[in-house]
Design a protein around this ligand. Structure first.
Ligand code: JFZ
Length: 436
């Protein structure tokens, strides 16, 4: 069993080896697409707009009444994801606003009742499957629309003190919502064929927060595992100390300093990242990351044993912003030649010292070490302690040989030791740059 403590609460039985095998496709994939799409694409000013601006259900209704993404072409999305080098995708089936992007027997607040009239999720799954991509569902535990979801610190309705919370929640019953949540997840995992990944979001235990008891997390996850035994589940159900309670951890929107550990053991992880700051389409947001930043995030994550889920927030017509297209293309240009240093790769063994201005990734199956030069140096590239460890060195993009040997000039004579190796790089940086 993957967890040492015998007092461990258990959700299901699986050996560490079985877990590793179940997760192998994802661990090898390393790169996926996150898609945040819902009614909030129309106000186009953050997926949290309903809470941020305290918009009432009545005022938010207009977004439901006019939603009609006439240019939605999921096959095109899937092709873009694939061309970018992504191997799986995770879409918001329901975000905090409470709107279902799928046909549901448990709520009319769903896509088939909008002017669009069809089950977007169904079309999306078929298209992404057809391109051979893994299928992931994001489902929000938080719900600002369901009448039984109790008002809390993250709700779009604001309470100022305990009395106000109690008053607002008088007729709300989380037991009813819990049932609803379970029913909808059941629909998601029953009506769309095999689902590879479930991304539940999110827990925030505390006095005016919610956690495992509110969601019925244990029961929910048992059902999930039963319906889709191979599925991968993220770690936001507030089941950290349960065996089988989660498969990978999800640091988001910041740089991951080192491979995350639980009880001194490295755990699978996936960081998610936005292009511009918000997850949903935000028309007036101009803080877009450039391609080099995004690419570095991917390499750096793999160099620490993790995955990247890079987010796109499609417009309300069903298109990607041109800047998202450009970024995906840039990733694709690079991945076309260099994905060998990403897929199936992980953190390099400790014996390898990371040289200055570089990142290392490593493929344990082939024993290849990949050195990512973040800044292209002038001719000498010193690798400490590598003597005897390199059989052959080459560029990845064109498979041309890189010779090793004495450094140019006086520089290396002081710096280079017996046990070091110097890579003799060509003066000119090879033209593998992605457009930035
Ligand atoms: C959540 C959502 O609120 C957000 O809109 C988006 O969907 C994102 C992927 O997930 O945001 C979170 C959730 C958890 C943390 C931070 C932001 N967290 O645990 O630090």
């Amino acid at each position: 069993i993957g967890f040492s403590s015998f007092s461990q609460k258990k959700i299901w039985n699986e050996t560490e080896k079985e877990k590793t095998e179940r997760m192998a496709w994802w661990t090898e994939a390393r790169f996926g697409m996150f898609i945040h799409w819902g009614l909030y694409a129309q106000p186009a000013r953050h997926e949290w707009v309903k809470k941020r601006e305290r918009i009432s259900d009545k005022d938010y209704q207009k977004y439901f009444d006019v939603f009609n993404p006439d240019l939605f072409n999921p096959r095109e999305w899937a092709k873009k994801a694939k061309a970018a080098g992504m191997k799986y995708a995770v879409i918001t089936t329901k975000h905090h606003e409470g709107f279902s992007m799928f046909n549901s027997d448990y709520s009319d607040y769903n896509i088939t009742k909008t002017p669009y009239g069809k089950d977007i999720l169904k079309e999306w799954v078929e298209a992404f499957r057809a391109e051979g991509l893994g299928i992931g569902f994001y489902y929000s535990l938080i719900d600002w629309h369901h009448p039984d979801f109790t008002i809390d610190s993250r709700h779009s309705i604001k309470a100022n003190n305990k009395e106000e919370y109690e008053k607002l929640n008088k007729n709300r019953d989380m037991a009813v919502y819990r049932k609803y949540l379970k029913n909808q997840v059941k629909e998601l995992l029953s009506n769309y064929g095999k689902v590879d990944l479930l991304w539940l979001d999110f827990s925030y235990p505390g006095e005016f927060g919610k956690g495992r008891d509110d969601w019925g997390s244990v029961e929910l996850l048992k059902m999930v595992r039963k319906l889709q035994p191979k599925i991968l589940v993220n770690d936001r159900l507030d089941l950290k100390e349960y065996a089988g309670g989660w498969d990978f951890t999800t640091p988001e929107q910041f740089k991951v300093e080192k491979w995350p550990e639980v009880d001194g053991k490295k755990v699978p992880w996936e960081t998610c990242q936005t292009f511009s700051g918000s997850w949903g389409y935000y028309r007036d947001e101009h803080t877009w990351k450039d391609n080099k930043q995004l690419l570095t995030l991917l390499i750096e994550s793999v160099s620490k044993g993790g995955n990247v889920l890079l987010n796109v927030g499609p417009t309300a017509r069903g298109t990607f912003d041109y800047r998202a297209d450009e970024a995906l293309e840039g990733m694709g240009n690079w991945m076309k030649y260099n994905s060998g240093s990403i897929y199936s790769c992980t953190q390099a063994p400790d014996e390898f010292v990371t040289p200055d201005n570089s990142l290392l990734t490593y493929n344990p199956k082939t024993n290849r070490l990949y050195v990512h030069l973040l800044d292209y140096p002038i001719q000498n590239f010193l690798m400490k302690g590598m003597k005897g460890k390199i059989k052959y060195a080459q560029f990845l993009h064109d498979a041309s040989e890189i010779k090793t040997g004495k450094t140019h000039g006086a520089w290396g004579k002081e710096k280079m030791k017996k046990e070091d190796v110097n890579l003799k790089l060509p003066v000119n940086k090879p033209n593998v740059e992605i457009p930035v």
